[in-house]
Design a protein around this ligand. Structure first.
Ligand code: XMP
Length: 510
């Protein structure tokens, strides 16, 4: 994608992706690779620099991930972080030992400003430490460039060989000016210009897509989510009406959502097909109240509808998918229990006759996908759309689904979202929505008794959606939403706010 490349060799550190993101923030393209990547392959990639990540192991254990010493002899600058620093020391003949007092958390650190990494740093600042081993002796030819109270070699270097190491985590926000150190590494040590940005990315990606597709045709399943929308906009720019995007409207979208998606893509030069399949989905879902059964039905029906459309279109050369980089990095690692069978429009290849898959966002992180969307002229409401589950409102209407319940939920959810936006909390709270429970309760309105549905509101803050905290929405905002919902939406007479985090709850209710 770019001549300037930094590679992050992953030794199992929890911050592997974060390091790559930070390097990209410095304007340099960066990819995460396994520590097993052969040295010949690294040479072929010709990176301007290499970063070794942290990891949970001890270098002196035989089963720990190690690195081919040849990587350190390539003449390419290397920065070792935490385990990566210990590994560099160990591989080159230094000594690593178990700490008497392990260091964890914010730690006062003293920097030697003559080291290129720290030239723009104060002499003393806080770094983020998380280690139980330490480098007791640096390898021959190295010198120590930072220390803490308990860690004599918090950083060390051998500038002649362009090898640098830090025991702390510069990629974590708690390390003061960590980004300055990474910036110094990629620019001063590795000599990168730092010109990578979304404008250039879009330009190169468009050229590459054109070269690959030639005069072929491509098909994309558009869900209206951020990833498929941005993939669509990018493909549209590259190949125009040789792209057909199929937007399956399952009738389980939020208020106005289907029309918004249509409006965003109708006028782009692509073939846009909106399939109103709500009847099909709703009749299949009739009387079904088990969450997993709902998810399965929707997932399968989605594929059937898409298949029917694909048959009408005939053979295409490429199927476009909105896979993003975290999926690529994480793929193949999960063997965790299935809590919910997720349905995405990503996994459809079996039902379409095509030659190859194109994943134009494959190398981008979510925030970069958003930036690219903006670069391509997509409206904010699409680019900043919060995650929305593939099965849509079906998993937010508890119990069996009817058109009436969906309409009630849509109206209530709309009001809640509006109030959150009015309060300026829409980017701060990562996901927020309403859930229509299947419980009813007694209320009083005017002078009469009501017996109507209980609505639940949910708001969470999270960075990865794997764990989440319930959002501390101010009471007055909740109150405004509650008053409006009960007044404006028929059949809701009570509103609750979900104060459970994940775990033990999940974000969605089903
Ligand atoms: P849970 O409810 O498992 O959700 O805590 C975590 C995140 O995933 C979203 N979600 C889905 N996304 N297809 C998707 O693409 C699905 O089937 C699905 N189910 C849940 C959920 O909204 C939250 O952001």
């Amino acid at each position: 994608m770019e001549n300037e490349l930094i590679i992050v060799l992953d030794f199992g550190g929890q911050y592997n992706q974060l390091i790559a993101r930070r390097v990209r923030e410095c304007g340099v393209y960066c990819e995460v690779r396994s520590y097993r990547t052969p040295v010949e392959e690294i040479q072929k990639l010709a990176p301007k620099g290499i970063i070794f990540t942290g990891g949970p192991n001890s270098v002196y254990e035989e089963t720990s991930p190690h690195v081919d010493k040849a990587v350190l002899d390539l003449g390419i600058p290397v920065l070792g972080i935490c385990y990566g620093a210990q590994l560099m020391a160990y591989t080159l003949g230094g000594r690593v030992r178990s700490c008497e007092t392990s260091e964890y958390g914010k730690t006062e650190t003293f920097y030697d400003k003559t080291c290129e990494l720290f030239a723009d740093m104060p002499e003393k600042a806080v770094s983020w430490m998380s280690h139980t081993d330490y480098v007791a002796e640096v390898p021959e030819g190295f010198r120590i460039t930072a220390h803490t109270e308990n860690c004599p070699a918090a950083a060390f270097e051998c500038p002649e060989k362009k090898l640098y190491a830090v025991q702390f985590h510069p990629e974590v926000n708690h390390t003061e000016q960590g980004i300055t150190m990474l910036d110094s590494f990629v620019k001063k040590v590795c000599g990168c210009a730092g010109t990578w940005n979304m404008k250039n990315y879009a330009k190169t990606a468009v050229e590459q897509i054109r070269a690959k597709v030639g005069d072929g045709r491509a098909l994309l399943a558009l869900s209206g989510g951020v990833d498929s929308s941005v993939a669509c906009a990018l493909m549209a720019k590259a190949i125009g009406d040789r792209l057909t995007c199929v937007f399956v409207d399952h009738g389980l979208m939020r208020k106005n959502e289907g029309d918004e998606v249509e409006a965003a893509f109708r006028d782009r030069s692509v073939n846009f097909i909106r399939v109103d399949a709500s009847e099909r989905f709703l009749s299949k879902l009739e009387g079904v109240s088990d969450p997993e059964a709902k998810r399965k039905i929707i997932g399968e029906e989605f594929i059937r509808v898409f298949e029917d459309e694909a048959k009408k279109i005939g053979r295409v050369d490429f199927l476009v998918q909105g896979t993003i980089y975290p999926d690529v990095i994480e793929s193949g690692t999960g063997d965790a229990a299935v809590i919910k069978s997720h349905h995405n429009v990503g996994g459809l290849p079996d039902c379409v006759d095509f030659r190859e898959i194109i994943e134009p966002l494959r190398m981008l992180f979510k925030d970069e996908v958003r930036k690219l969307g903006t670069e391509l002229g997509l409206a904010d409401y699409l680019v900043w759309r919060q995650p929305f589950p593939g099965p849509g409102l079906a998993v937010r209407v508890i119990g069996d689904i009817t058109r009436e319940k969906l309409d009630i939920l849509r109206d209530a959810d709309f009001i809640f979202r509006e109030e959150i936006a009015k309060a300026g909390l829409d980017r701060e709270i990562n996901q927020y929505f309403a859930v229509l429970t299947d419980m009813r309760s007694v209320g009083v309105m005017g002078d009469g008794r009501t017996y109507d549905y209980i609505l639940a509101l949910r708001g969470v803050t999270t960075s990865d959606f794997m764990t989440a905290d319930f959002a501390r929405i101010p009471y007055d905002v909740l109150e405004r939403a509650s008053v409006r919902i009960v007044n404006e939406v028929r059949h809701i007479n009570r509103v609750c706010y979900d104060i459970t985090s994940k775990p033990p709850a999940t974000i969605e209710w089903e």
